[in-house]
Design a protein around this ligand. Structure first.
Ligand SMILES: [Zn+2]
Length: 96
């Protein structure tokens, strides 16, 4: 099932949920979604993702979102660092 992020229009075709690490999980009505591309938090509503105000959510869910956000930022920075190193290595190879 494909969903589109309402913030960055990223099309996701795989979904994982916190309690079920199945990449083919199908989002259910009312579930919260975290965009892997832009970090936007949205809610699944009538077969599509809509923007939501995080402040309107339960404290428990807000804490979970913060944890996902932190993991996402770390992963993203690692990927960026690896890409930087790879492109620097390529430049050095070309200089030789
Ligand atoms: Zn997004």
């Amino acid at each position: 099932m494909k969903t589109k992020c309402p913030y960055c229009n990223y099309i996701a075709d795989q979904h994982e949920t916190l309690d079920n690490l199945n990449p083919n999980a199908i989002p259910k009505e009312g579930e919260i979604s975290f965009c892997i591309k832009c970090g936007g938090v949205s809610q699944f509503f009538k077969d599509e993702l809509i923007k939501i105000d995080i402040e309107s959510l339960d404290e428990e869910i807000k804490i979970q979102i913060k944890e996902i956000e932190m993991a996402w930022v770390k992963t993203r920075n690692l990927t960026k660092f690896r890409d930087m190193k790879e492109s620097r290595n390529k430049v050095m190879e070309n200089d030789n």
